[in-house]
Design a protein. Structure first.
Ligand code: ARG
Length: 460
């Protein structure tokens, strides 16, 4: 068993089960690179401030670099009795470079060290998540560009409402993922503050230079209160919150893809590569990927609630409870990255059935609002127009015909204001293209939004 760095005041060894129960090495080993990166910057600062000598710092830094190589080669055995990534690396350093390795932990505690590691790690991961979000946006944008002009039914209450462009629908999700990406960029500012230098909780008696460390590690600044620095996990919560919102968006899109790929809608075909079959029903092609992403949304929400609950009512400053921050955070990162990655590819490869979409848009009296708007333009108050068209629709239902199949005489029976030009206003194209104000579904309006989005992406 390796000797524990904190064993000094103890007379008895740790109970073996307690040791395994309290250890975090099984999951926090994924922080190794950041732990070493932080230690290198810390050692440089210690030497610069004359707290250790330049030679000592050099020995420590080369030792850390060789440990990094070992871990990367898979040549490092993590030990549960050394509890966590911080003590595993420090113990190995001392083993390798001798007692001088023990100087690395001067003016530092694992409490500020772990806060630093998570921030460094999450900073990289947020950048990755943003790049996956952009890939999803790109796939949506390409679908919107490729299919401009395809009309589908727009729904409210999942009942046919008004015809819209399929591209408009894709661009709705583009907007959601754009906001997700903005949220990630914004919370990155609060991640990117250096907590190191807080020590265990109260600061340090050594003449450290936190700004120098911050600069070395690419932080925007240093945290302002040592108690807060070691007990703050807001940045991780914010990330889990933003990730939950992104998963909610993916889940809504999943739901639509699942519906749309059913035989009843048949608006799209997902590529075989993203579906699976049934062991009993030979005809089945199941949309497993969107279903699973919809399901995984649950665990991401759960992770947010776990972390909020871990942090709830914790007294200042560090408490061991906080070791429970890592698994929910790591799982959130893995899940959201995986889900975005698979969606970027699946959306890109999805094929659409424009004929079925159009047919569905023509059903369900989707142009009824256009008839009402027409009557309003003839000077009739909207409420009256609504009543007139309601009755017209009822007549259509009773006679089993779509609105546009009514003769002018039939129309006139409901309102004498209706003229022969009504037919120009109630085609699917006319309905869609008349919604021209910013944000509407008119072809030219959607095309403008698509090119705005293209432009935005070129500028990035
Ligand atoms: N493994 C610990 C964690 O993840 C590191 C900090 C430990 N600090 C302490 N005082 N026990 O939170």
């Amino acid at each position: 068993m390796s000797k524990k760095p904190w064993a000094g005041r103890f007379t008895q060894p740790t109970d073996a089960f307690v040791e395994a129960f309290t250890a975090s090495i099984d999951f926090d080993q994924r922080l190794y690179r950041y732990d070493i990166q932080g230690s290198v910057a810390h050692a440089r600062m210690l030497a610069r401030q004359g707290i250790i000598t330049a030679g000592e710092a050099q020995t420590i830094i080369s030792g850390l670099e060789s440990i990094l190589t070992d871990i990367e080669k898979g040549d490092f055995e993590f030990s549960v009795s050394l509890e966590d990534i911080h003590m595993n690396i420090e113990a190995r350093l001392i083993e390798r470079v001798g007692a001088v390795g023990g100087k690395l932990h001067t003016a530092r505690s694992r409490n500020d060290q772990v806060a630093l590691d998570i921030r460094l790690y999450l900073r990289d991961e947020v950048r990755e998540v943003r790049s996956y979000l952009e890939q999803v946006q790109e796939s949506l944008l390409e679908q919107a560009e490729r299919n401009l002009g395809v009309i589908m039914p727009g729904y409210t209450h999942l009942q046919t409402a008004q015809p819209i462009l399929f591209s408009h629908h894709m661009m709705a999700y583009y907007e959601m993922f754009r906001r997700d990406s903005e949220r990630m960029a914004d919370l990155l500012k609060r991640i990117n503050q250096l907590p190191l230098g807080a020590g265990a909780l109260a600061g340090t008696t050594f003449p450290i230079d936190r700004e120098f460390v911050a600069e070395q590690l690419g932080f925007d600044g240093v945290t302002r209160n040592s108690l807060d620095s070691v007990s703050d996990r807001d940045f991780a919560l914010e990330f889990c919150g933003a990730a939950s919102i992104a998963m909610m968006h993916l889940s809504r899109l999943s739901e639509e893809l699942i519906l749309w790929s059913s035989a009843d809608f048949h608006f799209i075909d997902l590529s075989d590569a993203f579906c699976t079959g049934s062991s009993i029903m030979p005809q089945k092609k199941n949309p497993d990927v969107p279903e699973l992403v919809r399901g995984k949304t649950g665990r991401v929400y759960g992770n947010l609630i776990s972390l909020l609950t871990v942090m709830k009512a914790l007294p200042l400053a560090y408490n061991k409870d906080m070791q429970e921050d890592k698994e929910p955070l790591f799982d959130t990162i893995d899940t959201v990255k995986g889900s975005l990655k698979i969606f970027a590819d699946m959306i890109a490869q999805m094929s659409i059935r424009a004929d079925n979409m159009r047919e569905a848009a023509a059903r369900g009296f989707s142009t009824a609002t256009d008839v009402a708007d027409y009557v309003v333009r003839k000077g009739i108050p909207f409420r009256e127009a609504h009543e007139i068209v309601g009755k017209t629709v009822r007549y259509c239902i009773e006679h089993d015909k779509p609105i546009e199949a009514l003769s002018l005489e039939e129309f006139k029976a409901f309102s004498s204001a209706i003229e022969a030009d009504i037919y120009d206003f109630i085609t699917l194209e006319a309905s869609v293209n008349s919604r021209r104000a910013t944000g509407g579904t008119a072809r030219e309006t959607v095309a403008r939004e698509i090119s705005r989005a293209r432009q935005e992406r070129l500028q990035r």
